[in-house]
Design a protein around this ligand. Structure first.
Ligand SMILES: Nc1ncnc2c1ncn2[C@@H]1O[C@H](COP(=O)(O)OP(=O)(O)O)[C@@H](O)[C@H]1O
Ligand SMILES: [Mg+2]
Length: 240
């Protein structure tokens, strides 16, 4: 059985999808079988960040509604040997599946892949309830801002109450110049607030932003500090 990693946040726009794309590419580069699943129901993004928007024909809804088998909806990332994307629908009303069906889908994906990385929705809502069905390992993304942190803590409590036993967090978009001002919480201060282990810290870097918008997870550009950082994050993730 492969490992399912649920990427989550309280607040939107903190970098879940970009993180999912880079984590997937990091593991894919190691020759592991990876499936990225976009579960941001109705708000499809991940296909753009991995440069596959023109390749998506069927989505997770089509699979859940029994229109196509999983194999027909998986889109392969040709830059990596064994990395695939299962896109979500852009029409929320099309998504009629419930927790049972989603749990079953995750089980099937875990049987086929070493890693199933689910890009979840922001916020505590019905989409979260469905997308997190049967999940037991979550990575909560926060930025070093009090608003984002409060929502991350809320998400942590929600996921815990939903039975997600293992939860870790990432501080994304860390900017050293901003940290020095004393206005934003430091990584140490964040660790004092969050009740779960810190998985890693990702700098704010225009290169991450620009690469993602070109459909290239930055870790595919070899030899930079971001690639090394994601390598360490992936290593640490193995122990959870
Ligand atoms: N570490 C980072 N450095 C710079 N920009 C980032 C970083 N992570 C994400 N972004 C940018 O932040 C915005 C939101 O990211 P996204 O992954 O779409 O967030 P979410 O999925 O949480 O809504 C995008 O413009 C993305 O390029
Ligand atoms: Mg997103």
């Amino acid at each position: 059985m492969g490992k399912l990693i649920f990427i989550s946040s309280g607040k939107g726009g903190v970098g879940k999808s970009v993180f999912a794309a880079n984590l997937g590419a990091t593991l894919g580069e190691r020759g592991l079988r990876v499936c990225l699943v976009d579960m941001n129901i109705g708000l499809r993004n991940l296909d753009i960040y991995v440069g596959l928007e023109n390749a998506v024909v069927f989505d997770a809804c089509d699979v859940l509604n029994g229109i196509v088998p999983i194999s027909k909806a998986l889109v392969r990332d040709k830059r990596l040997q064994q990395t695939w994307l299962l896109a979500t629908t852009q029409r929320k009303e099309k998504f009629t599946a419930g927790e049972t069906e989603v749990r079953e889908l995750y089980k099937k994906l875990r049987a086929r892949f070493d890693f199933v990385i689910v890009d979840g929705p922001a916020g505590v809502n019905n989409e979260l309830r469905i997308a997190s069905a049967g999940v037991d390992l979550a990575v909560i993304i926060t930025t070093p801002e009090y608003v984002s942190l409060r929502d991350a803590d809320m998400m942590d409590q929600t996921l815990r109450s939903r039975g997600v036993a293992r939860r870790v967090y990432i501080v994304n978009k860390v900017n050293k110049d901003h940290m020095g001002l004393g206005i934003l919480p430091s990584v140490e201060a964040i660790a004092g607030i969050m009740k779960i282990p810190l998985l890693g810290v990702v700098q704010y870097d225009d290169a991450i932003h620009l690469a993602a918008n070109r459909g290239v997870p930055i870790v595919l550009q070899k030899g930079n500090y971001i690639e090394r950082n994601f390598g360490k994050i992936a290593d640490r993730l193995m122990s959870y």
